[in-house]
Design a protein around this ligand. Sequence first.
Ligand SMILES: Cc1cc2nc3c(=O)[nH]c(=O)nc-3n(C[C@H](O)[C@H](O)[C@H](O)COP(=O)(O)OP(=O)(O)OC[C@H]3O[C@@H](n4cnc5c(N)ncnc54)[C@H](O)[C@@H]3O)c2cc1C
Length: 435
Amino acid sequence: MPEGSGGEDDRVVTPSAGPPDAGPLVRVYGRTLDPAGHMLRDFLSRTVAQYTWTEVASDQDSIAALGVPLREARLPVVQLPGGEFLEEPDPSTLARRLGWVLEPSVEVYDLSIYGAGPAGLSAAVYAASEGLRVAVIERDAVGGQASWSSLIENYLGFPEGISGAALAERARQQAVKFGAELLQMRAGEHGLFANKLLRVDLSDGSVMTSRSNICATGVRWRRLGIADEEHFFGVGLFYGSGLGEAPQCAGEDIAVVGGANSAGQAAMNLSEHARKVTLLVRGPELSDRMSAYLVDRIAATANIEVRTGTVVSALVGEGRLESVMARSADGAETRLPVSRVFVCIGGEANTEWAAANADLVRDEDGFFLTGNDLSPELLDGVWPLERRPFDLETSTPGFFAIGDVRRGSIKRVASAVGEGALAVSLVHRFLAESR
Ligand SMILES: Cc1cc2nc3c(=O)[nH]c(=O)nc-3n(C[C@H](O)[C@H](O)[C@H](O)COP(=O)(O)OP(=O)(O)OC[C@H]3O[C@@H](n4cnc5c(N)ncnc54)[C@H](O)[C@@H]3O)c2cc1C
């Protein structure tokens, strides 16, 4: 294949508040409404990588960009900074080829941390800076949910706000600087504590061994729970704030579903590109779950319409999404013509792997119980020590849970970061007593 065109239609997507070094340029070619292309753009946006996106919709486009007619192009195609082309890569393959996937350097770590969202990254910074040998295992992009946030305005020290991806990238650099090892694109799948060591099977077939563990696996986007979600995913239906998708919304009418801060931020960000954004909110008031500053901004943005007391009842379209049915509180249904819908309706705990482990007490929604939430009855037959669990400790000694995955957590970046710091001080106590 020839060099990519990098021509005038290329959209250069540069993070709004990127890290000190935004990295070399990656070129992505593909069809606009293709789930595989969406996953790559989403991953690169959240990784604060500089990339271009070029739509390939005709033979002419394909020959100009890739040197082959459309039917022969195995889209999406990515051109790496060195010039090499990857056909139909997934984010994991791309990350590996970009050299972002590292291997562990030691056999037994003092601490393993699962999840590189704000909570896990914070724990990594404190643990590594305090001399612990620490590995952070992350199955996806660094930053967790925060990496979908276009602008975090309520985190201490950033009066102008900062994009969640940029904040996470800075935290990643800080953790790595202190010696934390970040092992990306693999998930923790099953763990067992025996002989004072935790052994966890990872999704790449390897085993991670550590003396203590912090689970910071957060939550994943909740689905709407209506028909045809799988069918329309990536061809008009998206979960999350659509950071990588925003430029594609230019001139279109779109919808955002949700009434909390993540939906508000998504609506604000997408309104800079779309012709009109309709925010569909199930509750009666926008202010019930959204910060006042966002409610005010939305009210002052001319191309955002808010419909409260409304849910999406159906997705409609031939091949791609063309409209949604919006049902209001009185049961009336109206058709809303939109090309894209972004679903931001909160999350479900990422703890399905713990279902097989009866010693780890979770609530009915899968969130880990820690510290004082663990009553003597819940600990009976499970907890082996005389002392009670520490504050952020689960029902298994040396296994801590922090951030959004913990029952009763505040669901804020600041509290996730704070719990990361606190958990590391408790890890020190656990390691001292288990020597
Ligand atoms: C769009 C959006 C905007 C937001 N805006 C704000 C805001 O303005 N201010 C604010 O304070 N908060 C905001 N929040 C909330 C905030 O981002 C979260 O509270 C915070 O990210 C929680 O951090 P966490 O580290 O606990 O979990 P998460 O951020 O959910 O990170 C969990 C990480 O664990 C990884 N993981 C999951 N399972 C595994 C596994 N088995 N193995 C390895 N890795 C795994 C995930 O891939 C993810 O990277 C926003 C959230 C969203 C979605």
